[in-house]
Design a protein around this ligand. Structure first.
Ligand SMILES: NC(=O)c1ccc[n+]([C@@H]2O[C@H](COP(=O)([O-])OP(=O)(O)OC[C@H]3O[C@@H](n4cnc5c(N)ncnc54)[C@H](OP(=O)(O)O)[C@@H]3O)[C@@H](O)[C@H]2O)c1
Length: 347
């Protein structure tokens, strides 16, 4: 049985990826261990999938991660792409695995195309497009960029020679995740960026954007992103494995959108729901950025990328920016439902 350690399976990406793995015909040939913080959720996962064993604890616990990683062939990390301790513990354990077996283990880590972000604050569309098949271009990214400290640590470990590392970098992920983990309330079914914009827009009664919303990000539907993990996993285990280490970046991205387009989509949706008069999105004021986004203009950055290496694996996402905009209605209903249940919990 292939031994796999996963983190983040109670989350949006990790839940979608475990769900995707559970749909594979060879799923029962995997011995999966999942690091979870909630013992109760761990038991529910075990009840759903007999071959998934929960390890209750934090992925930031270096000794816990080191021990867990030393016992597996593959680690798929999907919890927090900025947690250096999680990467340290995982790499320590994988090094021990290599020393004990003489076989290089595999580390598939989740980062994000936030690593490409600039300071546009919504005022321009960048001309720069980053290509995951161009390691020299990726090497130009400053160590101070988001997620970069963990990415660099992982690539350095590959260069040391005891592990093959692969980094998946999702962009703006969208749509409500589906499957038993989500239906049973075990995993988080919603993303980050669009729901955050919807929450702020509902509150102010109008679609909003950072600056003029001219900045561009790529987008990917969550189940199509989960396909990339499964396809990369197969490729990695095949005899002529794909690029790893400094050649092991895989963008999880398909089409592009401007922030303006998302703001307009939210504005139209709120109008359809009789929650706003509609019309063009307006710029978030400084007070609104402080209130809803911790004072950050991050959503106004550019993050443009070309997933050449991911697509060379045979990964072929189909859902478009138009589909993403159409999904805003259902995402808004979910945001409303979650905030209503949070309010009733407080009462
Ligand atoms: N969503 C996006 O659009 C997107 C795009 C690119 C990159 N990313 C990055 O991908 C990562 C996962 O994102 P997501 O959207 O799936 O987030 P999410 O839904 O919030 O899930 C995070 C997962 O990590 C787990 N986790 C967090 N801290 C942990 C700890 N100390 N020990 C053990 N488990 C821990 C959470 O467990 P609990 O259930 O216990 O909280 C949950 O399972 C993040 O680093 C995010 O920045 C996300």
């Amino acid at each position: 049985m292939t031994k796999i350690l996963m983190t983040g399976v109670t989350g949006y990406i990790g839940g979608a990826v475990l769900t995707r793995f559970a749909q594979r015909p060879d799923f029962n040939s995997f011995d999966i261990r999942a690091v979870v913080r909630s013992a109760e959720k761990g038991e529910k996962i075990k009840a759903l999938y007999k071959n998934v064993t929960p390890i209750v604890g934090s992925h930031s616990d270096i000794s816990l991660m080191s021990k867990a990683a030393a016992e597996v062939d593959v680690v798929i990390a999907m919890a927090d792409c900025d947690d250096v301790d999680a990467a340290t513990g995982t790499l320590q354990g994988l090094k021990q695995r290599f020393q004990e077996t003489g076989k290089k283990p595999i580390f598939i880590n989740t980062s994000g195309t936030g690593v490409l972000s600039d300071n546009a604050a919504g005022m321009y569309a960048s001309e720069t497009i980053w290509d995951d098949a161009d390691p020299d271009q990726i090497a130009l990214l400053k160590p101070s960029q988001p997620h970069r400290p963990v990415d660099l640590k992982i690539v350095a470990a590959d260069e040391e020679g005891y592990v093959n590392t692969y980094i998946i970098l999702p962009c703006t992920i969208w749509s409500i995740a589906k499957g038993p983990l989500f239906d049973q309330g075990i995993s988080n079914k919603k993303s980050v960026q669009i729901p955050a914009l919807i929450r702020a827009s509902l509150d102010r009664g109008h679609g909003g954007m950072v600056g003029a919303g001219k900045n561009i990000w790529h987008n990917i539907e969550v189940h199509e992103l989960a396909d990339l993990y499964s396809i990369l996993f197969d490729a990695v285990l095949s005899s002529n494995g794909p690029g790893h280490g400094r050649e092991g970046y895989y963008f999880g991205a398909h089409e592009e959108h401007t922030l303006y387009q998302v703001g307009q989509g939210i504005s139209d949706t709120l109008q359809k729901m009789n929650k706003s008069k509609g019309g063009e999105p307006t710029t978030f004021t400084k007070e609104e950025l402080d209130k809803y986004f911790n004072g950050s203009s991050y959503l106004g950055s550019n993050s443009r990328c070309r997933p050449t290496r991911s697509k060379a694996l045979g990964w072929a996402p189909k859902l478009t920016t138009k589909d993403m905009i159409a999904s805003i209605y259902a995402e808004t209903e979910l945001v409303i439902e979650i905030s209503a249940s949070a309010k009733s919990d407080k009462l």
